[in-house]
Design a protein around this ligand. Sequence first.
Ligand SMILES: O=P(O)(O)OC[C@H]1O[C@H](OP(=O)(O)OP(=O)(O)O)[C@H](O)[C@@H]1O
Ligand SMILES: Nc1ncnc2[nH]cnc12
Length: 171
Amino acid sequence: MNIKDHIRSIPDFPKPGILFYDISTLLAHAEAWKDAVGQLADAVKPYKPDVLVGIESRGFLVAAPLALTLGLGFVMIRKRGKLPGDIITHNYDLEYGSDTIEIQADAIKPGARVVVCDDLLATGGTMVAAINLLRSVGAEVVAAQFLIELAFLKGAEKLDVPVNSLVSYES
Ligand SMILES: O=P(O)(O)OC[C@H]1O[C@H](OP(=O)(O)OP(=O)(O)O)[C@H](O)[C@@H]1O
Ligand SMILES: Nc1ncnc2[nH]cnc12
């Protein structure tokens, strides 16, 4: 199964000059998606995680089925103001402006081995922020797992954990 055959690229979204890699077509194809989740499971298993974390929102689509497949719990990192109860917040800078992500304070046991999952690695800013947030609650981040890596943006160079992706694009 070639996963790239099920990913659609759409030019000029969300703005002119950006090529958007759309996973809707992969998600809609049960056989291809099952195969992709199996490949993700094979990639993540060697890190022996205690728990998987997904980054809102497309990261949830990757982390939740993967956690079920591996028999692990799944924890959400969400954007500002979405999580109830005691929350730990992390603010981070973007090219223009800033953003905030959050996790529930009791979601991760101190020292837990965590693999963080997202659908796509672009500049790496989102994953750097997620790793910093997880470390602030005592997680041991053992890997970052993606479905897609936009290798030409060199986001992996910003990450100080092992980085895995199922498919990579050079432009
Ligand atoms: O490596 P980066 O440059 O940080 O970009 C990658 C992030 O961008 C996308 O999320 P988006 O903010 O579009 O949110 P969504 O998942 O809710 O669509 C994608 O799902 C990653 O989380
Ligand atoms: N080019 C892209 N395609 C899909 N999702 C993205 N998230 C950030 N950059 C993206």
